[in-house]
Design a protein around this ligand. Structure first.
Ligand SMILES: Cc1cc2nc3c(=O)[nH]c(=O)nc-3n(C[C@H](O)[C@H](O)[C@H](O)COP(=O)(O)OP(=O)(O)OC[C@H]3O[C@@H](n4cnc5c(N)ncnc54)[C@H](O)[C@@H]3O)c2cc1C
Length: 377
């Protein structure tokens, strides 16, 4: 292949570009990104960068040495608007196009918005984080719709800035669908212990200048509203390409699409029916996808570790493995009321998932055991 285009200039795209070079590819690599910035890391956007304690430079995924050695042809601030596999061409929003023999799709996703919440902040990009940060001035009342990972981290950061925070969550407890009720109760405890007004089982219907309206007719006064409602995979530009999309770009277990010269990685990749929206997954897929792209067929398959971390208040939460709701949960080090503990999920006598609050040491030991089982779709 003379030239490979990587579409999406963020974590998964950068890892793919690095992996192309690591696996000996010395042809042209074009990195197309619709944000005007060089690739940067997102996890600090809801944590230290939002708090103002991490610099903009600390987010950069590539330093000057990387930029020189990778020899990438950057097309930044320009959106891919179409893929024409027959012509080996990617169409761009500036009217131009890129000819490519191979394509890595790494377009991640966009923050989901909610009807009735025009004017609310969302948080996916560094520009979103800068806009939100500038509104977090002393005395503002912050209302966050959604107590998922990002909603919880924004709440935590806002409390560290001394702001009043209300979190509105439709479920009975935060992250119940991911962690199950016992660990969701721990997440709720963290909010409450740190002075966040967490209201679960409520339905936010819209907002205006006064605040956020709930389905029961009440109003939660707000100066700043943040919607943390997850993300939507960025696949719109692939309409008409012939690739199968729908909740991501469909691939086989080796991250290869129906076309052997097109692979997908990161938050946008839906491989074998599953899609993950976590940093480690986006980082670890590149070696497999790139190997399969360069060999022209699926020679390797991807096994996700299911590793996720989240920093909320005084807690570092870590999760690994692929637990199901019907797996049995037990606390193996500490108990859920303590500031530090480890829990495991078991199935048929084997550990299939590990969760830790502030206990990386035991977590890492048990995590290796949790990886023995493949992901559950
Ligand atoms: C605020 C925040 C905090 C997070 N914290 C954690 C954490 O603590 N732990 C954890 O495990 N994970 C965390 N994550 C998730 C992690 O950052 C993502 O899993 C990771 O960024 C996914 O990388 P990606 O490259 O697949 O997609 P993205 O990071 O979404 O990047 C995709 C890029 O492609 C661009 N793009 C989209 N469409 C096009 C197009 N048509 N043409 C050109 N470019 C396009 C996008 O603008 C974007 O720059 C966090 C995410 C956010 C937003």
């Amino acid at each position: 292949m003379k030239r490979i285009a990587v579409v999406g200039a963020s974590l998964a795209g950068v890892r793919a570009a690095q992996e192309l070079r690591a696996q000996g590819y010395d042809g042209g690599v074009v990195l197309i990104g619709d944000e005007p910035h060089l690739p940067y890391d997102r996890p600090p956007l809801s944590k230290a960068f939002l708090a103002g304690t991490a610099s903009r430079e600390s987010l950069d995924l590539l330093d000057t040495g990387d930029l020189a050695s990778l020899a990438l042809d950057f097309r930044l601030g320009v959106r891919a608007t179409g893929l024409e596999p027959g012509n080996r061409r990617i169409l761009l929003s500036d009217g131009g196009s890129v000819h490519a023999d191979g394509v890595v799709i790494a377009t991640g996703g966009r923050a989901r918005t909610l009807p009735g919440f025009a004017g609310a902040h969302t948080l996916r990009t560094v520009d979103d984080a800068l806009a939100l940060r500038s509104s977090l001035v002393p005395g503002v009342r912050v209302v966050i719709v959604g107590a998922g990972f990002i909603g919880a981290e924004v709440a935590s950061t806002c409390r560290s800035l001394g702001l009043d925070v209300v979190v509105l969550e439709a479920l009975a407890a935060p992250l119940t669908s991911v962690l199950g009720p016992a660990l969701a109760a721990v997440c709720a405890r963290l909010h409450l212990e740190h002075g966040t007004d967490l209201r679960c089982g409520v339905s936010a219907t819209g907002m205006d200048a006064a605040g956020v309206h709930l389905a029961d007719g009440s109003l939660v006064p707000a100066d700043v509203v943040v919607v943390g409602a997850g993300m939507t995979p960025a696949t719109d530009w692939l309409a008409g390409s012939g690739l199968k999309v729908g909740n991501g770009v469909h691939t086989d277990a080796g991250l290869v699409t129906e076309l052997p010269q097109v692979v997908a990685v990161g938050d946008v990749a839906r491989y074998g029916g599953q899609r993950h929206e976590h940093w480690t997954n986006a980082s670890e897929q590149a070696p497999v996808a790139v190997a399969n792209l360069l060999t022209g067929h699926t020679s390797r398959t991807y096994t996700p570790s299911g590793y996720v971390w989240s920093d909320q208040y005084s807690g570092t939460l870590q999760l690994a493995g692929h637990p199901r709701q019907d797996d049995s949960l037990s606390f193996v080090d500490g108990d859920p009321s303590s500031a530090s503990f480890v829990a495991t999920w078991q199935r048929d006598g084997e550990i299939v998932g590990v969760f830790a609050l502030n206990n990386a040491k035991v977590f890492n030991r048990l995590r290796r055991q949790a990886l023995r089982r493949p992901a559950i779709v």
